[in-house]
Structure formats: structure tokens, C-alpha cells
Design a protein around this ligand. Structure first.
Ligand code: TA6
Length: 303
């Protein structure tokens, strides 16, 4: 029996949740219920697609160049940044945004919610490689609940005898009509680290209308953000708990060309990252024996 067949036997839900093996050999969970469709790669527990049936256009963006590759997260979807956000504080050779998004995860639970949404829980598979970069006794789980809203719960458990500190993010790429047609509201008055050029602390004045490379880590905020998309005539609401940082990122032309995997020539114009996180000043101390959960909930509103 193949891995996918075993998973379908143990966790598949007829007509709703099916596991398949991609050409890359990676396993993908395909979800289809009356409210939405979604797909999630077990590597990195990376949600790659979410399309509520009420929407003509998907809500989560995936690069048209996306190709599943063992050991590398795919561009788009919701990469899990853990146990650090950004560059490692002292090890320049460690991967940016931590190792979780490119590491193997395994399924621990699947079920149908009373409202018909599909719930799936995965756990990071620890091994010598992960322990070499993270020598702490811990457990990381991600629960996704896929319906006409998308809820994601990232839980860190400290199973050891001493505290540890993490930074983290659900690094979500949202599908938009065009970067010139959207505004982000909800962060007015918040302090943020502007990471374009030398990192500088600034204060958000009013709404955000990106007009160049934008890479901002808003700190000490529990605010709900909204992406207002005039062309798609929709709002995407980004609500969160257990998170004090929000990152707003668009690479713009030059960085997008350098990255080369956003779908040439202008795939970058059709995505915007609003990441719910605990980063920089908002690092989280997880006490021995304690749990910490970062929760996001996405919903759409048609205008
Ligand atoms: O969250 C924004 C950011 O930190 C940007 O600086 C950019 O590097 C982006 O993440 C993508 O990072 P990645 O490692 O996925 O290429």
C-alpha cells in the first residue's frame, strides 16, 4: 500500500478529503466540501490553495511557477515560519523563516465540523536535522478548518524542562486583482519596522496603498486587517489571536525579478502578503510544559 493509500485509509473522508502523491513524490491533501476547496502539501503543512465556492477567484495565491520540490517550500499559499521569523538571530547558515515550512509533517487527525467544514491536523516530524537547528523538546501542530472561512491554528508545545523563545508567522499570500487596486486597513497608528533598506521604526499613517516594495513588520498589534480589492469587488478580512505582529509585504518589480518564482513577468502584482506573526519585539517565551497558539481566521465579503 502506498503512503497516499495508507493516509486515505486512516484519515480520508469520502467525498471530502483525499490524499494524493504528487509527481515530486510529496503528498498533497485535497479538500472539497460544499463550502470550499483547498489543497495542502504535507511537507511544511503548507496550505497551497483555498477557494470558497462563494468566490469566483481563489483567496489564497500560488505562483503559476509553483512546482513541488522535496525540501523546499513552494512560492505562495501559507508557509509556516517557525521557530524563527526572518533570518536566524545568530546562525547565518540556517534557513530564513525557520525549517518548519520545508520539513516533513504527518497527519494526526481529520474530521468534518458540524457546519460541514473540513478539519485537518498535522504535526511537525522531528528528526536529527530539525533538532540540530532547534535543540529543544517541543511539539508543533497546525490545524486547518476549511469552509467558507479558513481558520488556521499553529500550536507550539514546550514538552521540555526549560523555557524557550520562538518567533513565528503564518506567511499568507492572498490573491488580489492588482497591487494598484487594493488598500489595507486596520493598522493605522501602529508602530512598524520598515525592512526596505535599513530597518527603521515608523508609525503607520492611515491606510496602506502599496506603491513600491513594501516590507513592514507591524508590532504590538492584535488588529484585524482588511484587504479592500476594488477590481475584484471583495474584501478579505484577516482576524487573528495569539499574534502581536502583522507583516505586510509586496516585493515589487526589482525584488520580484530577483526572486524569479512569482510568475514572470508580473505575477507579483496579483498577490499581497498579510502575515499574522510574532516577530522582532513580539518574540514569544514558551514556558516549560506550556502551549502557545497563533490563530488566524480569513473570510471574504463581496462588495
Ligand atoms: O515576510 C516578508 C519577507 O520576510 C520578505 O522580506 C521576503 O523575504 C519574504 O518574506 C519571502 O521570504 P522567502 O524566504 O519565502 O523568500
Amino acid at each position: 500500500m502506498t503512503t497516499a493509500q495508507l493516509l486515505n485509509t486512516q484519515f480520508g473522508i469520502a467525498g471530502q478529503l483525499k490524499f494524493r502523491e504528487d509527481a515530486s513524490g510529496l503528498i498533497v491533501a485535497e479538500i472539497s466540501n460544499p463550502q470550499a476547496t483547498a489543497s495542502l502539501c504535507l511537507q511544511g503543512a503548507q496550505l497551497m490553495a483555498w477557494h470558497p465556492r462563494s468566490q469566483t477567484v481563489p483567496v489564497v495565491w500560488l505562483s503559476r511557477d509553483a512546482k513541488l520540490t522535496a525540501g523546499k517550500s513552494v512560492r505562495g499559499g501559507v508557509p509556516v515560519c517557525w521557530p524563527w521569523f526572518g533570518a536566524h538571530i545568530s546562525e547565518p547558515g540556517f534557513p530564513a523563516h525557520g525549517f518548519a515550512r520545508a520539513a516533513p509533517w504527518h497527519v494526526v487527525e481529520s474530521s468534518t465540523e458540524p457546519n460541514g467544514a473540513t478539519r485537518l491536523t498535522l504535526r511537525l516530524t522531528e528528526d536529527d536535522k530539525t533538532r540540530a537547528q532547534w535543540p529543544h523538546d517541543s511539539r508543533l501542530e497546525l490545524t486547518v478548518i476549511v469552509g467558507d472561512t479558513l481558520r488556521m491554528e499553529l500550536t507550539t508545545e514546550n514538552t521540555g524542562k526549560s523555557d524557550f523563545v520562538i518567533t513565528e508567522a503564518l506567511h499568507t499570500y492572498f490573491k488580489i486583482s492588482d497591487i494598484g487596486a487594493v488598500r489595507v486597513t486596520g493598522l493605522a497608528g501602529c508602530d512598524y519596522w520598515d525592512k526596505v533598506g535599513i530597518s527603521t521604526l515608523k508609525k503607520q499613517d492611515g491606510i496602506i496603498q502599496p506603491a513600491s516594495e513594501t516590507d513592514r513588520v507591524y508590532i504590538n498589534t492584535t488588529a484585524e486587517c482588511v484587504i479592500d480589492d476594488d477590481k475584484l469587488k471583495r474584501r478579505i478580512h484577516v482576524a487573528k489571536s495569539g499574534s502581536l505582529s502583522t507583516i505586510v509585504w509586496t516585493p515589487w518589480t526589482v525584488k520580484a525579478d530577483k526572486m524569479g518564482d512569482l510568475g514572470q513577468p508580473d505575477g507579483w502584482r496579483e498577490m499581497l502578503c498579510i502575515e499574522s506573526a510574532n516577530a522582532i519585539d513580539n518574540a514569544v517565551n514558551v514556558a516549560a510544559g506550556a502551549k502557545h497558539t497563533l490563530i488566524v481566521e480569513y473570510r471574504t465579503e463581496s462588495l
